[in-house]
Design a protein around this ligand. Structure first.
Ligand SMILES: O=C(O)c1ccc[n+]([C@@H]2O[C@H](COP(=O)([O-])O)[C@@H](O)[C@H]2O)c1
Ligand SMILES: Cc1cc2nc[nH]c2cc1C
Length: 364
């Protein structure tokens, strides 16, 4: 499934992009006046293979949740149980992501891809694979590959088979959401400790030093921060992951939610549906997706610039400019949801704005 998904990813359609550029030149606005929205809409035309591209509706957020063996190294002050507890909160509609999803009209799908502690939810709330109500959310998909990763400072976080299973879970979730009609996918994540593997992935794929890409996550103190940098460096020294082998990198220093997000991104790119990236966990997964298939970057839209320094290093490596920069560092998909109206606006212009000719407005 991974290989066929990667093989289906191709370049942007140049003639659709030329048509979008030409249309922009005829719309009733000074050329270039919509700034970053113009190249974004051109790229979405190239992704769709036509101009105008479809409006990115309906929107679907997929929140992948997992736990981390490296939690044992004291890289975060939060207990691991918070991952499972927040799943309960997502399903009850009480998290920030739910508030923003209601505002944006987006569905919420929560995927347990590797939570370590028992979920505080009724198993009857668990949707079966292939559920046709994928866009009705919030719903839970049970797809636990293993109860958290292993401690990457001691051994590889995952076997290659486990990493593949998580990637393929992400591929399957994207397929389900797109088959149910989603016009854009938004990345979400939940996992206490997951900014540590995100930093390790970013260092591995970009070659930037761990001290430059490791951040304070949920807000760790100076002592924990120093330990976190040492932990990331120790894991990279131990495994020396090869950035040309993305499955190997994900297995050595990744997380189950990072791997699943890489799969979601690859699957969206293969189906030529845009994927709106959230914060540092999403962009670390995007680096893995780009290592599997460089053309996958064509489907990625960077929703926001996370406060985590690794996010900026990853976005630079991907050549993506974030749409908004508000100092957010929550995850869950919250930054992507806030950016969604910008993406919709960029496309709506190509559908609805009059041309100089049709509106009888004089050109310069
Ligand atoms: O999205 C981000 O950029 C982001 C930045 C900092 C923290 N987070 C969230 O906080 C959790 C991980 O933080 P930590 O300090 O436990 O590694 C995890 O649930 C993430 O979704 C997310
Ligand atoms: C409360 C809480 C909510 C979160 N949402 C995403 N990561 C989180 C981490 C914590 C600790």
């Amino acid at each position: 499934m991974l290989e066929s998904t990667v093989a289906a990813i191709g370049p942007l359609d140049e003639s659709a992009m030329a048509a979008a550029r030409e249309l922009h030149g005829r719309l009733t606005k000074p050329a270039g006046s919509l700034g970053a929205l113009e190249p974004l809409s051109v790229r979405l035309a190239g992704l769709a293979g036509g101009c105008p591209p479809p409006l990115p509706e309906p929107a679907a957020v997929a929140i992948f949740a997992g736990d981390h063996g490296v939690h044992a190294q004291g890289v975060t002050p939060w207990p691991q149980e918070v991952t499972a507890q927040m799943i309960g909160n997502f399903l009850a509609g009480g998290a920030v992501v739910n508030a923003f999803a209601r505002q944006a009209g987006a569905s919420v799908t929560v995927v347990d891809v590797g939570v370590a502690t028992p979920l505080p939810v009724d198993p009857a709330a668990t949707a079966a694979a292939g559920d046709t109500t994928a866009l009705a959310g919030p719903r839970l998909v049970a797809a636990n590959v293993r109860p958290g990763t292993r401690d990457m400072t001691v051994t590889a976080a995952l076997t290659r088979d486990e990493a593949r299973a998580a990637v393929e879970t992400g591929i399957r979730i994207a397929q389900e959401l797109i088959d149910a009609g989603a016009g854009i996918l938004l990345t979400g994540d939940m996992g206490i400790g997951n900014t540590t593997p995100a930093a390790a992935l970013i260092a591995a794929f970009t070659g930037v030093d761990p001290a430059q890409v490791t951040g304070r996550g949920t807000g760790v103190n100076d002592e924990t921060y120093r330990r976190k940098v040492d932990v990331v460096r120790a894991a990279l020294d131990r495994h020396a992951p090869d950035p040309a082998d993305p499955l190997g990198v994900l297995a050595a220093v990744g997380g189950l939610e990072h791997a699943a997000l890489a799969g979601l991104i690859l699957s969206a790119a293969a189906r030529r549906v845009p994927v709106l990236l959230d914060g540092v966990i999403a962009v670390s997964a995007a680096l893995a997706a780009a290592a599997f298939a460089p053309d996958a970057v064509g489907a990625m839209v960077a929703g926001h610039r996370s406060a985590e320094p690794g996010a900026t290093a990853a976005l630079r490596h991907l050549g993506l400019d974030p749409l908004i920069d508000l100092g957010l560092r929550l995850g869950e998909g919250t930054g992507a949801l806030l950016a969604l109206p910008v993406v919709t606006g960029a496309v709506r212009v190509l559908h609805e704005v009059a041309t100089f000719d049709s509106a009888g407005v004089a050109e310069k």
